[in-house]
Ligand binder design. Structure first.
Ligand code: ADP
Ligand code: MG
Length: 399
């Protein structure tokens, strides 16, 4: 982290502490940060026990938190409706909460369900992760709570356990059937690296150096501002389709189908399932390929891998939409090395890998293309691989 980023973190930590004091009286025990993420490659693979390659974003959700001894859980977000939600930890139950509070409260519930001795807390959130843009603001919210509770209640849990707890909150409490990737990225990523995730054994993840700037590259995130709704059943249906295909093939998960057996499997499967299987198997291979290219120090070679991944999501998995397709094609026409939708799909964000100096032209071309097509204009950010969830204040080692 450079000096400017350190000062930004410090001043944001001070700001959320100030707001905490105004809301709840007295100081927080600490301030934690958890990032959003983009997935470079490996989409819809995590729930097939497969591979992914996410990186954390510089955009984070900050949490000022203080433990309470009376079992009350109070929640406030700068991005919420201004109210403090006051709950009893002992009464937390899946499905009982509507809206954003289900994500953080779900983490407290999930820790309790896993047998950890956790109580209440006063929590105030403030986030720079765009919400509903496929950049995992929900995981950032959950993972901030997971790392804060880990310290506040002295749990000593490892990163993948915290990620599992956060996923359990999203699945079991908030009712969103996501895989483990978002939470693993938010907790376990490190700066200047992408996270090689094996969803079957998250504890075996590896950091793959990803020195974008050093290799003369830039990464753009194009938020199409089309809000996905993964709760609408489409995601669950895709997931169920993959599970059915694996069962028909007699495999524990689609991850277990080797590329060499793909052609035979496709012939044996019902027509509606074959494209799903083709996507998952080829996508896992693309992750392996991307990791090799990065390890060789050839990040530019990710370009064609990203673009192939997009075609697979568009044509086989069918989770793209007009806006994400347009962002990809406009970025490529303007000279991007590769581009693809990232996240669950049905809108959300596109990433574009571009050579240093081309980022302005690509961003401009995508914006113009959206204007001509009559779409709402996209929000375009340039991102670098940032650190995973961590305590900001008091600074680690100063207590
Ligand atoms: P994504 O995770 O891609 O941003 P989701 O639909 O999974 O999209 O999660 C977005 C939801 O998470 C928001 O609608 C809101 O309920 C909740 N959320 C995320 N960050 C915050 C925040 N800082 N404050 C309040 N709610 C938040
Ligand atoms: Mg989410």
């Amino acid at each position: 982290m450079n000096g400017t980023e350190q000062r930004d973190d410090d001043s944001r930590a001070e700001r959320v502490s100030d707001t905490f004091r105004k809301l709840y009286g007295g100081s927080p025990d600490g301030v934690w940060a958890a990032p959003g993420r983009v997935n470079l490659i490996g989409e819809h693979t995590d729930y097939n026990d497969g591979f992914a390659l996410p990186m954390a974003l510089p955009q984070t959700t900050l949490l000022a938190a203080r433990a309470r001894t009376d079992g009350r859980l109070r929640l406030h977000s700068a991005q919420g409706d201004g109210r403090i939600t006051d709950l009893a930890v002992a009464e937390l139950a899946p499905g009982a909460l509507q809206g954003w509070t289900g994500y953080p409260a779900g983490v407290v519930w999930a820790l309790g369900e896993a047998g950890h001795p956790v109580g209440g807390a006063d929590l105030h959130f403030d986030s720079t992760v765009p919400t509903g843009a496929g950049l995992s603001s929900s995981a950032a919210l959950e993972c901030a709570v997971a790392v804060a509770y880990d310290e506040l209640y002295g749990l000593g849990l490892a990163g993948p356990e915290l990620a599992r707890t956060a996923q359990c909150a999203e699945n079991g409490f908030a009712g969103v059937p996501c895989g483990i990737m978002d939470q693993m990225a938010s907790v376990c990523c490190t700066a200047e690296a992408a996270l090689h995730l094996d969803a079957r054994t998250p504890e075996d993840h590896a950091q793959v150096p990803f020195d974008l700037r050093g290799q003369g590259l830039r990464l753009l995130v194009i938020d199409t501002r089309v809000t996905h709704d993964l709760g609408d059943g489409a995601y669950a249906a895709l997931r169920a389709g993959c599970e059915r295909a694996a069962a028909l093939l007699g495999l524990p998960a689609l991850r277990d189908l080797p590329t060499g057996e793909l052609a035979r499997a496709l012939e044996a499967l019902p027509v509606e399932l074959a494209p799903l299987v083709r996507h998952v198997v080829t996508e896992n291979a693309r992750v392996t390929d991307a990791v090799s290219r990065l390890r060789e120090g050839n990040a530019a070679a990710l370009g064609p891998i990203l673009t192939e991944g997009h075609a697979s999501l568009r044509d086989d998995y069918r989770v793209s939409c007009a806006e994400t397709d347009l962002a990809v094609s406009a970025a490529l026409s303007a000279g991007a090395l590769g581009a693809r939708m990232t996240g669950g799909g049905f809108g959300g964000s596109v990433i574009a890998l571009v050579a240093d100096g081309r980022e302005g032209v690509v961003a401009e071309s995508v914006t113009v293309a959206f204007g001509s097509a009559g779409h709402r204009l996209p929000r375009i950010l340039e991102v670098t691989p940032a650190a995973g969830a961590r305590r900001l204040a008091p600074a680690p080692g100063t207590r």
